[in-house]
Ligand binder design. Structure first.
Ligand SMILES: C[S@@+](CC[C@H](N)C(=O)[O-])C[C@H]1O[C@@H](n2cnc3c(N)ncnc32)[C@H](O)[C@@H]1O
Length: 206
């Protein structure tokens, strides 16, 4: 795209975002790291200006949202894009922006499932030209924000959530999927088995 056209596009998007943020939906529900998935009744947030994003923000910081102002957060296949040291800080930040009683729903690739599926299909990975599942393990690597830097299994995710102050951490099933979204949480390629762990928890309070 021509640089001037790109600038015009960015300015128009920033104006749209300002108007949107002046009348944020209530109760406020955030869809973090939305990518190209637009969730209805959510404020869709990504660091990149994707067609689905209502607000462009770094979800590690959530500069554009006030503490205690959010009723619900949904973050699918994005927490693994941050380093080991960053994850506890990010979960604390998400805890901070949630109102008392607010919900957090997270979906991430599940190392337990990945190891099991990999082992069951070991022969597949010995065929020349078949990668050792590099996209799933290290990310798609299509943008600077598309690299995996850490990993989870249900036990580790629950521990991190609890350390960040969340309570009632429970896994929830893949289907029927939350809010009717078809996103990373439903990934089951190429072996037809779900790869993610989905966890729901809440901030203590009302
Ligand atoms: C693998 S995609 C997942 C997209 C969607 N949630 C799904 O499940 O299909 C990860 C998304 O997180 C976004 N992302 C990565 N780091 C981010 C950051 N620091 N702040 C906001 N978004 C980020 C990327 O731009 C990308 O759109």
């Amino acid at each position: 795209m021509h640089p001037l056209r790109k600038l015009f596009h960015r300015l128009a998007a920033a104006r749209r975002e300002r108007r949107y943020r002046d009348s944020l939906p209530s109760p406020l529900r955030l869809h973090l790291g939305c990518g190209h998935i637009h969730a209805e009744d959510f404020c869709n947030v990504d660091v990149l200006l994707t067609p689905a994003a209502d607000v462009v923000d770094d979800i590690a910081v959530l500069r554009k949202f006030r503490n205690g102002s959010v009723a619900e957060i949904y973050a699918c296949h994005v927490l693994e894009h941050f380093g080991h040291d960053q994850v506890p800080l990010i979960l604390r930040r998400w805890h901070e922006v949630l109102a008392p009683g607010g919900l957090l729903r997270i979906s991430v690739p599940d190392m337990d499932r990945i190891v099991r599926i990999y082992t069951e299909n070991f022969a597949h990975f010995q065929v020349p030209g078949h990668t050792p599942w590099i996209g799933l393990i290290w990310g798609g690597q299509t943008t600077p924000y598309d690299y995996h830097k850490t990993g989870f299994n249900p036990c580790w995710l629950r521990h991190l959530l609890t350390q960040a102050g969340f309570v009632d951490c429970e896994e929830y099933p893949h289907e029927p999927h939350f809010a009717g979204l078809v996103d990373g949480s439903l990934a089951h390629e190429p072996f037809g088995q779900f790869l993610s762990v989905n966890m729901l928890c809440r901030k203590l309070g009302a």
